[in-house]
Design a protein around this ligand. Structure first.
Ligand SMILES: [Zn+2]
Length: 693
């Protein structure tokens, strides 16, 4: 009795702990952000700039053409630490000086009379700035006095060097006239209208962006660059790249597919690339890593590479063998923003997913187009893994649309906005079907051309384009957070020729995460063939009777990995092995992982992994198997691992190196030393060195 009471206590503590673990998940807390109000609508913004490089100062004259949105006699512009010398109203060709007051973060400009909503007014502002953010003066350490100036403007950073309205909810054309000493070039958005040599030897570059965009997409780059040209897109839209001197060859390699990408996205969404050119520029230490400034994407020089370099962009990854952020991914991601982000723009950061989830899905679509369906499936699995890991580690379930955050960067969390949003869009594609999904996206792009959007605009666009009411989907996946955890089981009822399939949703039901409604594809395979059925789940537990003539070889739940979910589905060893060889790629990965978790390790598991390494044609599955060998860690697995280390694709060898961290120390050390001496790929050797340390 006493022992039993103790056992009950332990069970109760365990239960409370697990409840606590689940309930620790929550919506992030933060300050509420509503949409920003404004009193003017800017039509055009022009700025003339001159620089004092050594003092890191900029002098400017901004010309703002605007209409009041209500009766006003004054209006504010954002201005962080700007020194404003003079403000004039241009009326009938004459300058009329205006009064202004400088507040902490704004300048209030007094128009001297009541102005009405239909009027078009032009104001000029003479100012100087010594920006400590938004515009960066980067001096070459090896060559003092040589500068690169670049700007970066997500959020409200532009007000550090321009007197401007920094909300995303105003779009206008822009113009930049920049004077720089020789041999510098100034590069900005839109078309280069003119270059003039001044008497003092400086050159003045005049760039004009005719179509309206939000201020955060205005950009300026100054430095000594070389320019490479690619084939124009559709034979007419210039496509080029700017790189620091001496790096044209690496630029030519890494940017080689850009024209094809411009044409692909235009075709895929039946929405032609709208801007006058597409250039990319590589800048050392470019703060944001990459930024989709309209028609002139900025990227860090680490994107430049030759064919032998690892594909991963950014710092070397010694802890994973796969990335959805290769240099190519980054290039297609930023380019696709010229549709989703620069053409249609989130109204404010609460709706950031309309920029970032879409661009992330676009870069996966480019993988689907250029590398094939297997890579696309693998990308989606990687995105799902990263998202689920993030929620488990951080216990945060933020909806895609969300208004509570303390800093803008909270909304940029890659796993919650970029990756989750991309696979949510794929789920929507799966629900609507390819034709309807891409038609709806095309309709959305055209309907809101050069405008701001919120999530409900997307929902309404789908309803208008393909007639579907998706309230339920948006409630669960855009306004709601989290994801379903499915517990799945089945029995075959031989006499009734039925599969009795039960599906339970076991995720905690908490604020921000409810039960989910979803269609799910079930694949049933028998010796006579394969059939697919779609079931709809919506309750805590749902039960389905599916016709099946004989004992199934495999029952696969969402084998194509269309869902953003976690699936627990206990199966026999033989069914898992069948699934490893016969399901779609996400289902195969799930079966491989289930096999690797089974203890004690069965000889058939090792043989299955060995067969995949020997016979599978897709490198990704071989790499996953190599990685999972680390979970087995048996002497037989060691033998198979050595087989993986002989394969030609370096990513498989890298996965095997990562797996070695879980093997016997003496075996791992000896093998890693051999790899360091013998392997030809820097990524494999680097990972081996880190593993050995
Ligand atoms: Zn992006």
């Amino acid at each position: 009795m006493k022992r039993l009471r103790w056992l009950n206590c332990i069970l109760l503590i365990f239960f409370l702990c697990s409840v606590d673990f689940f309930y620790a998940q929550s919506l992030p807390k933060g300050r509420y952000h509503g949409n920003r109000e404004r009193v003017i609508d800017i039509n055009h913004y022009k700025v003339n700039l001159n620089f004092d490089f050594n003092k890191r100062k900029v002098q400017g004259e901004a010309t703002v053409v605007f209409s009041p949105l209500e009766k006003i006699d004054s209006f504010p512009l954002d201005a962080y630490r700007l020194e404003i010398k003079e403000v004039n109203l241009i009326e009938n060709g004459a300058n009329k000086p205006l009064k202004f007051t400088l507040n902490e973060e704004t300048v209030e400009i007094y128009l001297g009379r009541i102005c009405l909503p239909k009027e078009t007014l032009t104001v000029t502002i003479l100012y100087s700035a010594q920006p400590n953010a938004g515009m960066y003066f980067s001096e070459d350490n090896a060559n003092k006095g040589q500068f690169i100036i670049y700007t970066y403007g997500a959020g409200e950073m532009k007000a550090n060097w321009l007197p401007i309205y920094t909300g995303y909810n105003d779009k206008f054309s822009s113009e930049m006239i920049v004077s720089v000493p020789s041999p510098y070039t100034a590069i900005s958005n839109g078309k280069l209208v003119d270059v003039q040599r001044q008497k003092n030897g400086e050159q003045t570059f005049h760039w004009k962006q005719d179509l309206p965009h939000s201020q955060y997409l205005i950009a300026l780059f100054i430095g000594e660059f070389e320019k490479g040209e690619l084939e124009p897109a559709f034979g007419t839209i210039p496509v080029g790249y700017w790189v620091p001197k001496g790096r044209l060859e690496e630029g030519a390699y890494v940017f080689r597919n850009t024209t094809k990408m411009v044409e692909f996205f235009s075709r895929r969404f039946n929405f032609k690339y709208p801007w006058s050119k597409y250039d990319q520029i590589a800048i050392p230490d470019y703060g944001p890593g990459a930024m989709e400034n309209t028609s002139i994407t900025g990227l860090r020089t680490s994107v430049l590479r030759n064919e032998q370099a690892p594909e991963n962009f950014g710092s070397p990854n010694f802890y994973g063998y796969y990335s959805v952020w290769t240099a190519e991914n980054l290039i297609s991601h930023e380019l696709s923003h010229n549709g989703f982000g620069n053409n249609i723009t989130c109204l404010n950061i609460n709706y950031l997913w309309l920029n970032e989830s879409f661009a992330t899905y676009c870069h996966l679509l480019w993988d689907e187009e250029s590398l094939g369906k297997e890579t696309f499936d693998f990308d989606r699995q990687e995105a799902l893994d990263q998202y689920l890991d993030y929620v488990k580690e951080n216990h945060i379930i933020r909806p895609l649309e969300y208004a509570y955050y303390d800093t803008v960067s909270d909304m940029y969390t890659s796993q919650l906005t970029y990756l989750k949003g991309a696979i949510v869009l794929h789920m929507l594609r799966n629900i609507l079907g390819d034709e309807e999904f891409f038609h709806a996206l095309s309709y959305f792009l055209h309907k809101h051309e050069f405008a701001n959007v919120v999530s409900s605009d997307f929902k309404i666009a789908i309803e208008e384009a393909v007639g579907k009411n998706l309230d339920w989907f948006f409630d669960d996946w855009v306004y709601g957070g989290g994801y379903p955890i499915f517990e799945v089981a089945y029995t075959f009822l031989k006499n009734r020729k039925l599969i009795d399939l039960s599906v339970s949703q076991i995720q905690p039901i908490i604020k921000g995460q409810d039960l989910f409604t979803l269609p799910i594809e079930i694949t049933i395979v028998t010796s006579k063939g394969e059939k697919k059925e779609t079931i709809w789940v919506k309750n805590k537990s749902d039960q389905f009777l599916l016709h099946c003539d004989e004992e199934p070889l495999m029952v696969s739940f969402d084998g194509s990995g269309a869902l953003v979910s976690e699936v627990h589905f206990d199966k026999s060893l033989d069914e898992l092995i069948y699934q490893v060889f016969n399901d779609e790629i996400p289902g195969r990965i799930r079966a491989m992982r289930a096999l690797a978790r089974r203890l004690p390790v069965h000889q058939k598991t090792v043989q299955t992994f060995s067969d995949i390494l020997a016979k599978e044609y897709f490198w990704g599955l071989k790499a996953e198997v190599a990685f999972l060998l680390g979970k087995l860690g048996t002497p037989e697995a060691e033998r198979v691992l050595l087989q993986a280390l002989k394969l030609p694709d370096y990513r498989i060898r890298k996965a095997a190196v990562l797996a070695l961290r879980n093997f016997r120390k003496d075996f791992a050390k000896k093998t890693l030393r051999n790899i360091i001496l013998e392997d030809k790929h820097t990524d494999v050797v680097g990972t081996a060195i880190v593993s050995l340390a």
